[in-house]
Design a protein around this ligand. Structure first.
Ligand code: KIV
Ligand code: ZN
Length: 385
């Protein structure tokens, strides 16, 4: 099986969703969970964008060692230098530099000619390479770029030392066959491209981000970028939990997969939703509250006879608790603590006691405490630990 690297950008592109603003403690908590989820690369933020983001990226690079930590930078020396100060603590310092390559962006946003864009791209990669062993270069709006210009600029940044080339569909305009064809075209026309990692980054404006990402893998991408719960600019990015589960469930078809810890999906999704304040839509694939609910009589009857009639994913696969033990106002501290451990929380006795007290208050108001309630109560304590 070909292993596909997972690049998580929940803390950068995800945080660019309207209405989200995470502080350092919240970002660190999510980064630690993304490490458990087994993301290969975590984009922790955009260090030059604000002092707060700089501090958060630095703290994550100092603390999280099981995943490569990266940060976004514009193609300017000051952004790259600032990023180094935050990212130098990583085991393998990694930077993600971007520059737009489509005619629309070069003309109206950058006001640069294609020749100038190539020059800036090469200079920024060379500058980054003086310090960073790992340099990812992104052709922003790659999908709407002229294919021959894309080949030219990619050839040059590889010569300058880029170790990963990312080809985003920045505005979510591509269809799967078109996005896949762009990867194939580059694979076939850029000498030396096999020495670098090729990365896919899709937005979901037309609802095709996950399908487009899979098409990119089928045509040579080695890395996929996305976010938890599909957060991100406008309609969001490819949802990593959907992608990882799709590759797993259809392993009869695909010859590639990720190393994502699927049973960490529920917890990761829950934590991200709680700390960002972005609710998960009920019918969202994989993590929505209705993803495993069967309403109609015919479906319920089928499920009772044989689950596989209507169930292709089990809740257990994504780490959703399947035990029948219901927690309510009569439950004791012991059962509460056991459930916390089952859900993957490692809290001190003091924090368990605090969470248990809050649980009792809630249990007086509600007949049954749902698993989502427990995540909220326990996460509240974890964030203070
Ligand atoms: O969508 C995009 O093009 C981006 C780049 C900064 C990589 O997020
Ligand atoms: Zn993006």
């Amino acid at each position: 099986m070909r292993k596909i690297d997972v690049f998580d950008t929940t803390l950068r592109d995800g945080e660019q969703s309207a209405g989200i603003n995470l502080n350092t403690a919240e970002k660190l908590e999510i980064a630690k969970q993304l490490e458990r989820f087994n993301a290969d690369v975590i984009e922790a933020g955009f260090p030059a964008s604000s002092q707060g983001d700089f501090e958060a990226v630095k703290k994550i690079a100092q603390t999280v060692k099981g995943s490569i930590i990266t940060g976004l930078a514009r193609s300017v020396k000051s952004d790259i230098d600032t990023s180094w100060e935050a990212l130098k603590y990583g085991e393998q310092p990694h930077i993600h530099i971007f520059l737009a390559t489509s005619p629309i962006h070069m003309t109206h946003k950058l006001k640069k000619t294609p020749d100038q864009v190539v020059e800036i791209a090469v200079e920024s990669v060379k500058h980054a390479k003086k310090k960073f062993p790992l340099v990812q270069w992104s052709a922003e709006d790659a999908f709407r770029s002229d294919p021959e210009f894309l080949i030219r600029v990619v050839k040059e940044v590889i010569k300058a030392g880029a170790t990963t080339i990312n080809l985003p569909d920045t505005v979510g305009y591509a269809t799967p066959s078109e996005y896949g064809a762009m990867f194939r075209h580059l694979k076939e026309n850029v000498p030396g491209i096999d020495r670098v990692k090729l990365s896919a980054h899709c937005h979901n404006d037309l609802g095709m981000a996950v399908a487009n990402t899979i098409a990119a893998i089928e045509n040579g991408a080695d890395q996929v970028e996305g976010t938890i719960n599909g957060l991100g600019e406008r309609a969001g990015n490819a949802a990593l939990e959907e992608l990882a589960v799709a590759l797993h469930i259809r392993k009869d078809k695909f010859t590639f997969g990720t190393d994502v810890k699927l049973d960490e999906i529920k917890r990761t999704s829950q934590l991200v939703s709680q700390l960002t304040g972005m609710a998960i839509q009920a019918n969202k694939a994989v993590v929505g509250k209705n993803a495993f609910a069967h309403e109609s009589g015919i479906h319920q009857d089928g499920m009772l006879k044989e689950r596989t009639t209507y169930e292709i994913i089990t809740p257990e696969l994504i780490g959703e608790n399947s035990t029948q033990l219901v927690l309510g106002k009569h439950s004791g501290r012991h059962a509460f603590k056991n459930r916390a451990i089952e859900l993957g929380f490692e809290l001190s006795d003091e924090k368990i006691n605090e969470a248990f007290k809050n649980f009792k208050v809630l249990a007086d108001k509600k007949k049954e405490i749902s698993e989502d309630d427990l995540y909220v109560l326990l996460t509240d304590q974890q964030i203070q630990e």
